[in-house]
Design a protein around this ligand. Structure first.
Ligand code: FES
Length: 147
């Protein structure tokens, strides 16, 4: 059995310890805001916050997550929209929308470390991939959320 905390709730998974965190979140906990893109740690669609780090959940097993505090996009916005979500709406960032949860989770980690990040800091930290090419609007939204 693997135990850790997801969105401030204790969870226990009776799954193969090598199960990727992504699939435990999506399939066992029904937290489908975390997306599957590449499965190789490249695209960022599956990023969640693990103990204050932006982690591609497709590349972390639940055994590696034992004892950690995990926050998903659902946990970020449980009671009201997070400032990042409001900024992404205000800047019309989303196109198809698939990559947005990963961008927002990575940006939330960045903003906790740097409330006023430069464009360069945003672009070098948020290496998430987007097929729609929303990158300039992501920069605007992250800077808006930090203000
Ligand atoms: Fe995890 Fe792409 S699905 S980084």
């Amino acid at each position: 059995m693997t135990r850790f905390t997801v969105n401030n709730q204790p969870v226990e998974y009776r799954l193969d310890p090598d199960t990727p965190l992504l699939w435990a979140l999506r399939d066992a906990s029904n937290l489908t805001g975390t997306k599957y893109g590449c499965g190789t740690g490249q695209c960022g669609a599956c990023i969640v916050d693990v103990d204050g780090r932006a982690v591609p959940s497709c590349r972390m097993t639940i055994a590696e997550a034992e004892g950690t505090y995990v926050t998903t996009i659902e946990g970020l916005s449980r009671e009201r929209n997070h400032p990042l979500q409001l900024a992404f709406i205000a800047e019309n960032v989303s196109q198809c929308g698939y990559c947005i949860p990963g961008f927002i989770m990575a940006a939330s980690v960045l903003l906790r470390k740097d409330a006023d990040p430069s464009e360069e800091a945003i672009r070098s930290t948020l290496t998430n991939l987007c097929r729609c090419g929303i990158y300039p609007r992501v920069v605007e939204a992250v800077q808006r959320a930090g203000r």
